[in-house]
Design a protein around this ligand. Structure first.
Ligand SMILES: Nc1ncnc2c1ncn2[C@@H]1O[C@H](COP(=O)(O)OP(=O)(O)OP(=O)(O)O)[C@@H](O)[C@H]1O
Ligand SMILES: [Mg+2]
Length: 333
């Protein structure tokens, strides 16, 4: 038997988890979906005709918290026409992994093999590892290989290794027998990769998960607040829907869409814990305080001059921890 306090925490936990599972379809996501479908059906047509032209790819680029990993996970998991990696099924239309660090040729190849379900001993040469990767991609009939955190390729310490990895990715796309499209996602540093390698740039189309702004996204963010509050069984106080509050929210999230959502969910949790019926400004302020540990003078929901606050900096001290946590959550069990 749970005590009433335990029961309350359990109920709130369930509500919050349901909110975290929600996905808001945004314009960038639609762009991603359209581009992915174009590549997918082009490739399918080629396979049907037995013509294996070189494959192309997509790069999703945005700052931390913009929602790249979430969007790609959603894209793959909700596609009605994709066979994902599953127990007992050989075919895997897409295979997804996080770039390991350091992103050396051998290390990345090893992670690919692991993602393909063929973990091997570490003492193989990278030549053998990548040959195995290509073989398994063909056996599994994989059409797309997704590499998250791809900005890690661009680390000056491993510049020559990075070029090796890029060359290997290109050769995977150009494989005459079974070409595989590469989907990259990562932070803006990923763009440097394209400057460095024009051949790669020509084959991979970028989609920018750009920062949000009040002018272009204020209306939709306001409706997201309403939808989420409603889903959390809360009403919203009038002040929450005012332009200034929405501006504060966007600023507190340092203009990143995913962080906007995280703060909204955090505020809902505060309201539920305080057993309120409506979502108010103080819940947003508490959520930001809890997340950053900052004083009220630096809280974008409380400060008069909120635009002067560097929310990105307040968030970033926690960011690394957060990213690691997210990475763990994203790894398939
Ligand atoms: N479209 C969306 N709908 C609902 N929640 C979202 C959406 N996009 C992102 N989120 C939420 O925003 C947070 C950040 O998203 P995500 O981890 O995908 O960002 P990212 O761009 O991959 O960041 P990083 O570079 O740090 O890995 C997550 O908690 C995620 O659940
Ligand atoms: Mg991510």
């Amino acid at each position: 038997m749970m005590t009433p306090a335990q029961q309350k925490a359990f109920d709130i936990g369930q509500k919050i988890m349901a909110l975290q599972r929600r996905f808001v379809t945004h314009a960038r996501y639609r762009e991603l979906e359209a581009k992915f479908d174009a590549l997918l059906y082009h490739r399918r047509a080629g396979i049907e005709l037995g013509q294996h032209h070189e494959a192309h790819g997509i790069a999703v680029i945005g700052r931390s918290g913009s929602g790249k990993s979430t969007a790609i996970r959603r894209l793959f998991s909700r596609h009605s026409d994709l066979q994902l990696l599953a127990d007992g099924v050989v075919r895997a239309d897409v295979v997804s992994l996080t770039v390991p660090s350091p992103a050396t040729l051998k290390h990345v190849g090893h992670s690919c093999l692991q993602a393909l379900g063929y973990p091997i001993r570490r003492d193989r040469t990278s030549g053998i590892i990548w040959e195995l990767v290509q073989n398994h991609l063909r056996q599994r009939q994989t059409m797309f290989l997704h590499l998250d955190e791809a900005q890690d390729f661009y680390s000056s310490r491993f510049r020559s290794e990075m070029q090796d990895v890029v060359n290997t990715l290109k050769s995977i796309m150009q494989n005459r027998i079974w070409p595989v499209g590469i989907i990259l996602s990562g932070m803006p540093g990923l763009m440097d990769l394209f400057d460095l390698d024009t051949q790669l740039a020509r084959r991979i189309e970028p989609i920018h998960f750009a920062p949000v702004s009040y002018t272009s996204d204020g209306k939709s963010i306001r409706s997201v607040v309403e939808q989420y509050a409603h889903a959390g069984c809360l009403g919203v106080e009038a002040i929450i829907l005012q332009a200034e509050t929405v501006r504060r929210l966007i600023h507190a999230a340092s203009d990143e869409f995913g962080l906007v959502i995280e703060i909204i969910i955090g505020a809902i949790e505060e309201a539920l814990v305080a057993e309120r019926k409506t979502l108010g400004l103080r819940d947003f302020a508490s959520a930001f305080r809890r997340r950053t540990g900052c004083i009220d003078g630096l809280n974008p929901f409380l400060s008069e001059d909120f635009l002067a606050i560097n929310a990105g900096k307040l968030l970033s001290s926690l960011e690394r921890e957060d990213r690691n946590w997210r990475r763990k959550r994203e790894e398939p069990a």
